[in-house]
Design a protein around this ligand. Sequence first.
Ligand code: ADP
Ligand code: MG
Length: 402
Amino acid sequence: MTRDVGLDDELPDWAGAKEFYQKYDPKDVIGRGVSSVVRRCIHKQTGQEYAVKIIEVTPERMTLQQLEEVRSSTSKEIAILRQVSGHPFIITLIDSYETSTFMFLVFDLMRRGELFDYLTEKVTLSEKETRCIMRALLEAVSYLHANHIIHRDLKPENILMDDELVIKLSDFGFSCHLEPGEKLRELCGTPGYLAPEILKCSMDETHPGYGKEVDLWACGVIFFTLLAGSPPFWHRKQMLMLRMIMEGQYQFGSPEWDDRSDTVKDLISRLLKVDPAERLTAEQALQHSFFHRYGKECRHFSPYRKFKVIAWTVRASIRIFSNYRRVRPVTKELLLCDPYSLKGVRKLIDACAFRIYGHWVKKGEQQNRAALFENVPKAIQLVLLSAEGEEGPSSMVDDPPN
Ligand code: ADP
Ligand code: MG
């Protein structure tokens, strides 16, 4: 669908794009969307670098109806971006130009790219780093919702990072205004991040529709993925994945969760509530103790607190000592038969897997971080297969994708 807009291409309406090309010098491609190409570009007068999203709206490539849809959704995206630009955790739209065949949206350049790629590089993030990212994301979402805007496509590919690893929310292609009490019915977003009510509403005409709570569900999915390295809802068969979402079937089961606090699990489970009425709002999520436990505190001397610290230190020392005595020695046998049970080895295996298979950790529709975690030794596959009984083979025993 997308055609690169190279400098040497003959643009049919050069005159319309003149203003953009007079001001900016487009360079290498840094990202691609369904009908857009994003390039680094240089502001000729100042030498400052920006990113330009070039959206093609040519009749040769789409039907008249699609053309009209892309045009009107991009105009809506520009209007919303203009309204929200300036927030510290939302991408800034610098300029926009429209011609009959191309639309140019100039943004601040986010040099570290997508949170998705950052996560692929790091495999999983610490609670501390996740706290920083999620606080920024929830603040951005809270600001949008306070302005009656719903994003509808929150996912790590649409969260960009600058040199200092500060995140900014981008891609407002599916966002729209939603007045209090108003509901939507349109099925849009990315499968793994869709809230249960979006799916239910598309299957049931009598469903009342969905609201801004869908963004908080997506925040829960992102939250989970940052800490576990794989998404909460995933199945190679998409229908089964959608069923898991509608039933809110997920688990803090992978070994990564052993090292995570109950506080963070509590917050995630309050975001991944199937009933939107029970789900936390962005403001409520920001008030959760996960974001305040380590906040700056002004503490005065208290004998009771001092006693608690000493008691805690003694208890922790006893626990460390007894754990040390119980710890299994790392033997060759253990390394061979169950390497994944050792935290250090586990991290190494995951990091190597991401480095090797990163090329098929796909984005968008086929996004599949989970596939990297589902390869199970043959013996366990057989046990799983027999346990499944009459239900038929699960994704675990399918052939791995090429
Ligand atoms: P689409 O709506 O087609 O998904 P996006 O706005 O999400 O388009 O942009 C596609 C990709 O381009 C992003 O996922 C990201 O990798 C890259 N990108 C977009 N904006 C910027 C930016 N300001 N700085 C750096 N990269 C960007
Ligand atoms: Mg996008």
